[in-house]
Design a protein. Structure first.
Length: 142
């Protein structure tokens, strides 16, 4: 096992029937004690694990489930987005993960659940992401 300072920041596991218990119980408990801050599970067959795409963020020493991952999308603190589509993971760049996640949830509530009155909040978050994308990055953000 790697020492905590050498552990990867993000861990992605492709789940199979013979590794499911380890991937969902043992590995998260082990990773919670390391420097891994994000853990992603993916079942490309969608036959072994429900939902077939799950992701977790570490906060306060525990791995906590990311709600958008249940809908097939994960916003990493490392600046990328994972989308599970038709048995594949698609990676793309994203902005600040908390803003991206909040925007995702608001759009879902508006578009899928029909919640009214969210357009102003959505526009503010979109503007914040555009503004941050146009600002020069500091060394600590790279």
């Amino acid at each position: 096992m790697l020492p905590p300072e050498a552990a990867p920041r993000v861990r992605i596991n492709v789940v199979a029937a013979d590794t499911l218990e380890n991937d969902t119980i043992s590995t998260p408990n082990t990773l919670a004690r390391t420097a891994v801050s994000e853990y992603v599970l993916f079942d490309p067959s969608a036959e072994v694990m429900r939902p077939s795409f799950q992701a977790f963020w570490k906060e306060h020493g525990e791995l906590n489930r990311s709600w958008p991952a249940i809908k097939g999308t994960f916003f990493s603190r490392a600046g990328f987005r994972l989308d599970a589509r038709r048995g594949e993971l698609v990676v793309s760049k994203c902005g600040e993960h908390r803003t991206e996640e909040e925007l995702f949830v608001l759009r879902y509530e508006r578009d899928e659940l029909g919640t009214r009155g969210l357009d102003t909040r959505i526009a503010k978050l979109e503007a914040r992401l555009i503004e941050r994308a146009s600002l020069p990055r500091t060394r600590s953000e790279e």
